[in-house]
Design a protein around this ligand. Structure first.
Ligand code: C2E
Ligand code: MG
Ligand code: MG
Ligand code: MG
Length: 281
């Protein structure tokens, strides 16, 4: 059921781009026009409760439909956007679109869920981040607690004092705060525990090695145990296999996000999912 609904495979355009090559420059140029040409869209990937399979939230993931090249992968164009500063207006579009969509789902009568957006390092360091978020929430009418902001572990630890200040301000606003890609930033939970977080997402590179590498299994277990003792909600990213799910269940990880349940889906598919069942009020 759920698995089949997620079977919308698509091919990303993923060239090997080195800076200053014609391909890079062309892509950067077209990225400048992508917003006004309305070439961006958001896909949403549900995350689910590991026991009940119920959807507990979603993550908005940006897609760029390039007129000639087709769908360009975020791993290609996000770094480009970050470097050129275009990530700021693009990121604002992402936040506004996700908040608007979430409000629309709530207004349609579906049980309220948090929708996460990814904040890039440069976005996170914008001095007017709080103002921007406040006005988007006001404009869309979304209750702040249903906006989930993801920053990566690397973004968070770059300047812990700065991060703490910003996160306290965001927490004051009432938004939900998540650390993304946990485990890749080579920090430790003892450093992150000084931050006012709600939620930790374990990076998918760990989940991939979970069933083949005992050491990785131990590490993931330690992250879950320690994270929970710090009062954080734990999500495992990139769960593709039943064996991975079984292990995560055995260590009481709460939520999972991965192809085993759902791929990132277009708005219409998510709406159909929400209409399908268990989820309608
Ligand atoms: P992320 O935030 O860690 O998002 C999760 C990525 O893992 C997504 O890739 C998702 O499609 C993929 N994924 C989910 N489940 C599985 C699975 O079971 N197996 C595998 N192999 N992959 C899975 P996606 O959509 O290609 O995005 C890649 C990255 O691009 C994101 O990683 C995030 O860092 C960045 N990104 C995406 N959208 C945005 C955005 O709006 N703003 C910013 N700043 N970054 C974004
Ligand atoms: Mg993310
Ligand atoms: Mg991640
Ligand atoms: Mg990532």
């Amino acid at each position: 059921h759920a698995k089949d609904a997620g079977r919308n495979n698509y091919q990303f355009y993923t060239p090997s781009l080195s800076k200053r090559t014609p391909a890079f420059l062309t892509l950067e140029k077209s990225l400048r026009y992508a917003l006004e040409r309305e070439e961006f869209m958001l896909y949403y990937q549900p995350r689910v409760n590991i026991i009940t399979g119920e959807i507990t939230g979603m993550e908005a993931l940006l897609r760029w439909q390039h007129p000639e090249m087709g769908l360009v992968a975020p791993n290609i164009f996000i770094p480009l956007a970050e470097e050129s500063g275009l990530i700021v207006p693009i990121g604002e579009w992402v936040i506004r679109t996700a908040c608007k969509q979430n409000k629309a789902w709530q207004d349609a009568g579906f049980p309220p869920l948090t929708v996460a957006v990814n904040l890039s390092p440069k976005q996170f360091r914008q001095p007017n981040l709080v103002d921007t978020l406040t006005s988007i929430l006001q404009e869309t009418g979304l209750d702040p607690k249903f906006l989930d902001l993801e920053i990566t572990e690397s973004t968070a630890i770059e300047d812990l004092d700065f991060t703490r200040t910003v996160l306290y301000n965001l927490r004051q606003m009432g938004v939900y705060l998540s650390i993304d890609d946990f485990g890749t930033g080579h920090s430790s939970l003892s450093r992150l525990q000084q931050l006012p977080l709600h939620h930790l997402k374990i990076d998918k590179s760990f989940i991939q090695d979970l069933t083949t590498d005992q050491k990785v299994a131990h590490i993931v277990k330690a992250i879950v145990v320690l994270g929970q003792s710090l009062g954080l909600k734990l999500t495992a990213e990139g769960v593709e296999k039943q064996e991975e799910l079984d292990f995560l269940k055995s260590i009481n990880c709460e939520d999972v996000q991965g192809y085993l349940f759902y791929r990132p889906l277009a708005v219409q598919k998510i709406t159909e999912l929400l209409q399908k069942g268990q989820l309608k009020k």
